[in-house]
Design a binder for this molecule. Structure first.
Ligand code: SF4
Length: 342
């Protein structure tokens, strides 16, 4: 398919595929949510129709999996769309049978966070809502039931707000994937207007903020978004979000050796958390050789954790999985793509 069939009304699917009977569009949709893209395998359609659709469109999906890599129970797919753009998405396992899909919302990213490989690509283009949903369908087709979704792949989801939220609604559809809103997490680098828009919507998705530093000088040095929306504005937006949605927030704290691991950094982090119901997720930086940071050493990590304990900050610490296939946080970036970043 030239364009994704997800996030479309039944009539649109009929018109795009030249179907005369609306129930045939429903059959195709039901196959797609099982990860079946081949029209030939949609055996409840008449044979002649299957052959015509196969000849005319090849697959019900617009994206093609061009690479699959596995390590540490993590699977990463590279998906190419018809215009040649390539994105990556990941299926993560917590080791106890719970699977989470990490989806991309853009090809590249405009935010330019200094510690993130995707940021080096610049923004190539926004993904359409259907292209975001297709990633979930293709990850589900790997064979395990995926119950949770995080929008933490390539791109800043709130910078592609309409498509990301349309994808969230499609993934929630009862006659589709049926994923609970509460099991979906939108991650942002702190795009305050997007957080405010999300606050206005009555959709109880979870919100995670990539904080990385809790003082403006350090944060503005490594995250350009902070120059437009400093920490005071970010905290005000999060306070409003929490007042409206009454949901615990996650603050992702990517630990950069020698940058944000001092006792003063921990004090700033504790001060930022005060008044919010948050869980801080400490993640040691995943090395990306060309980016010029270093992962924190063990003594830095334990000293930082001890200070957070003393300051009574709720946190979890997790070692990144999937490093060997570059699928850990901040490591996604397609190595080949059609367009140059702008
Ligand atoms: S951390 Fe997120 S927002 Fe920042 S450059 Fe990477 S993908 Fe974009």
């Amino acid at each position: 398919m030239e364009r994704s069939l997800f996030c479309r009304k039944n009539e649109e699917i009929c018109s795009l595929l030249g179907l005369e009977k609306p129930f045939q569009a429903k059959i195709i949709y039901q196959n797609m949510i099982k990860g079946i893209g081949s029209f030939q395998e949609m055996t409840s359609l008449p044979k002649a129709l299957r052959e015509r659709l196969d000849n005319e469109h090849g697959s019900a999906f617009s994206g093609t999996v061009i690479r699959k890599e596995e390590a540490d129970s993590t699977v990463k797919l590279a998906i190419r769309f018809p215009d040649g753009d390539i994105i990556e998405c990941v299926r993560l396992s917590d080791g106890s049978g719970r699977y989470t899909a990490c989806l991309s919302s853009q090809v590249g990213c405009a935010m330019g966070c200094a510690f993130c490989k995707t940021g080096t690509m610049g923004l190539v283009r926004n993904l359409e809502a259907g292209e975001i949903v297709e990633q979930f369908a293709l990850l589900s087709a790997l064979g395990e039931h995926i119950s949770h979704i995080v929008f933490m792949g390539m791109g800043e989801a709130l910078h592609n707000f309409t498509a990301a939220l349309d994808a969230v609604k499609e993934l929630h559809r009862e006659d589709g994937f049926g994923i609970s809103y509460r099991k979906m997490t939108i991650s942002t680098c702190g795009l305050v207007p997007g957080i405010r828009k999300l606050t206005e919507l009555d959709i109880p998705v979870r919100l995670a903020v990539s904080l990385v530093a809790a003082d403006d000088e350090t944060r503005s040095g490594i995250m350009r978004v902070n120059r437009s929306y400093p920490l005071s504005e970010l905290k005000a937006a999060l306070t409003s979000f929490q007042r409206r949605q009454d949901r615990r927030l996650t603050l992702e704290y990517c630990m950069l050796g020698g940058v944000n691991t001092s006792p003063e950094s921990a004090d700033d982090l504790a001060a930022f958390c005060r008044g919010l119901d948050v869980l801080v997720n400490l993640i040691p930086w995943n090395p990306v050789p060309e980016l010029g940071f270093r992962a924190p050493d063990e003594s830095e990590i334990s000293a930082f954790c001890r200070t957070l304990d003393r300051l009574r900050v709720s946190y979890t610490f997790r070692r990144p999985k999937g490093q060997s296939i570059s699928s850990a946080c901040g490591q996604l970036a397609s190595e080949s793509r059609r367009k140059e970043a702008h």
